[in-house]
Design a binder for this molecule. Structure first.
Ligand code: NAD
Length: 361
């Protein structure tokens, strides 16, 4: 395990994972990436198109539940780190069908931890200090906050409310236990809501942009006063790199940009940006429609990120205003991408391009 050896990324064809792989490899001196992704509906291999022909990126079409495949990959590539993004990630889908969430998020993480444990135990004493297992998680494990409550910090007790949050909380506990029990050098990040380029249009911000441009209603759950702490995805990726480089083994780092906004403010701000950047006959805000609230909908999330800021010198660079503007500009400039993911064309593309198990993009 040398500094030059690869990192194994899981879920690197999804929203945050693909942003992470692209950001990571944008540095010419960065170590190679082996990218394992089963390509669920949420994945989009086209996100990785800029890496075509880049020998530092190896895409592997496979499942984190496939312990044999993971062991093969670890033995072949001898990575110096595993960065684990792969998950079922959409709260609404977890309410409709929790089973896939338990399978991937809990059993999948268990499968990865077991393969990582064997691999780590097989490393030499010189190699061991350089290995890390970084688990990417969410602030939703902490439950919900009242308006007067302080923001979530690393010692806030877990109180997950949705099947998604419960499955992620379970996986966080497994990672913690594999460190305490087996000495696997793990790190955990719990991050607030991300937004930015390449996000699948089922999540609030890309969904609103997509519907606005298509002349469809802009659905607001309940009163729209739910508060989320928004972070631009590139800031999250930088935080993961910082934790990987200098985070303390066994520690959890909360990641957030101190950008608490109600859903209503997010949607009206998006409408204003669209009114400015792509004016239509009437303001996009006329399309706002209130719909029945999600069952058990958490009212407020807020992240106290002082630990990562103080210890690792990380700070979010994008403000809510600059980040949202960049996001809207990206979606307007990449309508073909949006069409691809929403029309199902990308699924055909997946089938014709990813029949082979391992592809160097
Ligand atoms: P996403 O749904 O966009 O991507 C998930 C990726 O994992 C997809 O490419 C999918 O194909 C892959 N995947 C799913 N099951 C798999 C399996 N069994 N084997 C291999 N690959 C599999 O999710 P995202 O928004 O990019 O989130 C990535 C991670 O970050 C998740 O663990 C999520 O819990 C966490 N997170 C997300 C946010 C957010 O706001 N999106 C915030 C904090 C933490």
């Amino acid at each position: 395990v040398s500094a030059a050896s690869a990192i194994l990324v899981t879920g690197g064809a999804g929203f945050i994972g693909s942003n992470f792989v692209l950001e990571h490899l944008s540095d010419a001196s960065a170590c190679p990436v082996v990218n394992l992704d089963v390509l669920t509906y949420a994945a989009n291999p086209a996100n990785l198109d800029p890496l075509k022909g880049d020998a530092r990126h190896t895409f592997v079409h496979g499942d984190i539940l496939d312990g044999k495949l993971i062991r093969e990959l670890l033995a072949t590539h001898k990575p110096r780190a595993i960065v684990h993004f792969a998950a079922e990630s959409h709260v609404d889908r977890s309410i409709l069908g929790p089973s896939a969430f338990l399978k991937t998020n809990i059993d999948g993480t268990f499968s990865l931890l077991e393969a990582a444990r064997e691999y780590y135990n097989g490393l030499s004493e010189d190699e061991k200090p350089h290995f890390r297992f970084l688990h990417v998680s969410t602030d939703e494990v902490y439950g919900t906050l009242k308006p007067e409550d302080p923001a979530f910090h690393e010692d806030t007790p877990f109180a997950p409310n949705s099947p998604y949050a419960a499955s992620k909380a379970s996986s966080d506990h497994l990672v913690r236990a594999w460190q305490h029990t087996y000495g696997l050098p793990t790190l955990i990040t719990n991050c607030s809501n991300n937004y930015g380029p390449l996000q699948f249009p089922e999540k609030l911000i890309p969904l609103i942009l997509h519907n606005a441009l298509a002349g469809k209603p802009l659905p607001i759950y309940g009163d729209g006063q739910q508060v989320r702490d928004w972070l631009y995805v590139a800031d999250h990726c930088r935080a993961i790199e910082a934790v990987l480089a200098t985070g303390r083994i066994g520690e959890t780092y909360n990641v957030g940009g101190s950008n608490q906004q109600t859903n209503m403010v997010v949607v009206t701000t998006l409408c204003k940006l669209l009114d400015e950047l792509k004016p239509a006959a009437q303001s996009y805000s006329k399309q706002i429609t209130h719909v029945t609230d999600r069952p058990g909908h958490d009212r407020r999330y807020a992240i106290d990120a002082r630990k990562i800021e103080g210890e690792l010198n990380w700070k979010a660079q994008e403000s809510f205003e600059t980040g949202l503007r960049k996001t809207v500009e990206w979606y307007l400039a990449n309508q073909a991408w949006v069409e691809g993911v929403t029309s199902g064309a990308y699924r055909n593309w997946v089938e014709s391009n990813y029949s082979a198990r391992e592809v160097t993009a």
